[in-house]
Design a protein around this ligand. Structure first.
Ligand SMILES: [Zn+2]
Ligand SMILES: [Zn+2]
Length: 169
């Protein structure tokens, strides 16, 4: 969805129809569920604020199972005109969420795609209390508990076992 910045009205534009954005993600297994966006001009800059929800297939970092991750991300992006030629834009420390638009055309679809990608968890977990895989036998401990000793081997016990083995001989 391309917005012509020069045609943007003072009070801004509200977007809460996912369909209006067209296809957002290159990967068809990613699904945008909802958007509630305000697109507001601020001089030559444009703010895109609001939130999005999406469902994205992920792999759990503990049990390695695929699961649908639900994203619920707040957006607060400032778009500035793309500098032409030798111009450069100085970005301040608080300008982490700054992006560019080119030749009066602001692609809101691309902003939404970027922000959803940024909202992906660094360490996806299928659930907060995922038990993960057993380090000894590799079984998925969410599915069934295995019979492995959950305690790490104690070096003092190992020494005692060595001693016992020597005394027995
Ligand atoms: Zn898991
Ligand atoms: Zn095990």
């Amino acid at each position: 969805m391309i917005i012509h910045v020069s045609e943007l009205e003072e009070q801004g534009l509200r977007i809460d129809d996912v369909q209006a954005l067209g296809p957002v993600f290159a990967d068809p297994s990613w699904r945008l569920e909802s958007v509630a966006l305000e697109v507001e001009p601020d001089g030559a800059d444009v703010f895109v604020r609001g939130r999005l929800t999406a469902t994205v297939p992920q792999t759990c970092g503990r049990c390695l199972e695929a699961f649908p991750a639900h994203l619920d991300a707040a957006l607060d992006v400032r778009l500035v005109p793309k500098p032409t030629g030798a111009d450069s834009v100085k970005l301040g420390a608080d300008d982490l969420d700054v992006d560019f638009y080119d030749k009066d055309e602001l692609d809101v679809t691309r902003v939404v795609e970027n922000e959803a990608t940024l909202a992906l968890p660094m360490k996806p977990l299928c659930r907060e209390d995922c038990r993960g895989l057993c380090p000894a036998c590799g079984a998925n401990r969410n599915v069934a508990p295995c019979t492995c000793d959950p305690r790490p081997p104690d070096p003092r016990l190992a020494a005692l076992r060595d001693l016992a083995a020597r005394l027995a001989n």
